[in-house]
Design a protein around this ligand. Structure first.
Ligand code: FEO
Length: 170
């Protein structure tokens, strides 16, 4: 396959696995602050991120590309407040969306139509992920300073169902 696209997809596998790491780190932060619903939600999101990485992993192999896994940086572990932790997640999703858009541009420029079509799944997924993180951030900001409000959100987040298998989704 096209070597520029192959490199970009490998870098995106790396970015998705870093997302997995970041969400796990945020989950650990919330566990240490006794917000188990937030922690549960972040763990499920970490699973989704691993699914995003594996969907690209499988695609690269299917196209005859070579998977090259790279070292992961240590994610941040502490935040000043629950809203700062959720904001970190929101900013990260915005960063990921930009990367996804760049890959679509690259695939278009290289006339790699199959990659363009496959990456549309990620474009749509990012719309949802950014919107979800944005809503959560604003809700947490809204109740800042109110333990009662935070516990209500925590209870709601505890009900997030297990992650869907992204690699099985069209
Ligand atoms: Fe895989 Fe949350 O982006």
């Amino acid at each position: 396959m096209n070597s520029k696209v192959e490199r970009a997809l490998n870098e995106q596998i790396h970015a998705e696995f870093f997302s997995f790491y970041l969400y796990l780190s945020v989950a650990a932060y919330f566990t240490s602050h006794h917000l188990d619903g937030f922690s549960h939600w972040m763990r499920i999101q970490a699973q989704e991120e691993s699914g995003h990485a594996m969907k690209l992993f499988d695609y690269l192999i299917e196209r005859g590309g070579t998977v090259q896994l790279m070292a992961l940086d240590e994610p941040q572990r502490e935040w000043d407040s629950p809203s700062a932790a959720v904001e970190a997640v929101l900013k990260h999703e915005q960063f990921i969306s930009q990367r996804i858009n760049d890959i679509v541009d690259l695939a278009n420029g290289e006339n790699d139509h199959a990659t363009t079509v496959m990456m549309h799944w990620y474009v749509n997924e990012q719309v949802e992920e950014e919107a979800t993180a944005d809503t959560l951030f604003h809700q947490v900001k809204m109740v800042e300073g109110s333990p009662h409000g935070l516990l209500m959100i925590d209870r709601e987040l505890a009900g997030r169902p297990a992650a869907a298998d992204a690699s099985a989704q069209e």
